[in-house]
Design a protein around this ligand. Sequence first.
Ligand code: B16
Ligand code: MG
Length: 219
Amino acid sequence: KPQLFIFDLDGVITDTAEFHYLAWRKIGEELGIVVDRALNERLKGVSRMESLNRVLAAASQAKEMTEHEKEQWASKKNAIYQQLIDTIKPSDVLPGISELIRELKERQFKLALGSASRNATFVLDKLGLQDAFDYVVDASKIRFGKPHPETFTNAADYFSIPYHACIGVEDSEAGIEAINSAGMFSVGVGCLDALHQANYIVSDTSQLKLDRIVEAYRL
Ligand code: B16
Ligand code: MG
């Protein structure tokens, strides 16, 4: 029986994945690099600096940029992102998520958040979810970002729950890879193209039904 659910934040609990995209697109415009949705799929779930590296690598004439310049572009992206997330309110929790959290608590599952974002706590507060999770893993708690499994194993280790009894919920390819390599059951939210490695996939958060997930886990 599964014991712990670990949720990704951006793109699963709320639609901040869209804000990350808008911010990277703006940075791309300033750098003369097209950041389209296909490239953006590969930025989801990966750290701020690794995202910048991937944006730069997408340019036909690979940009020569010093570490210092990269730091500046990364903070610029974060400033744009922080302006966007300042408007977040409790009604921005994605459909079905509050109900799912309530049901998980009623049925005594442990709940953790596993996010790569340094802004995770801020976003949780804005959503009014500061007390919803028993434990929060954000970028400050881990050494290796997704697709490395540490974000997820860190949460399981905190509760001393075996990895095979954990279920991870993710919207990103990097995140699904992280859950799978942790030896956990992966639930993908989004399009099949990017998430085909997931053990179970739904198209959007309103389709996340606890009984269905547990049934798929048991198969
Ligand atoms: P920040 P998640 C991830 O959050 C985002 O998916 C990814 O796009 C972002 O680059 C990363 O956080 C770092 O975020 O710049 O705010 O530190 O999906 O793991 O909750
Ligand atoms: Mg995400």
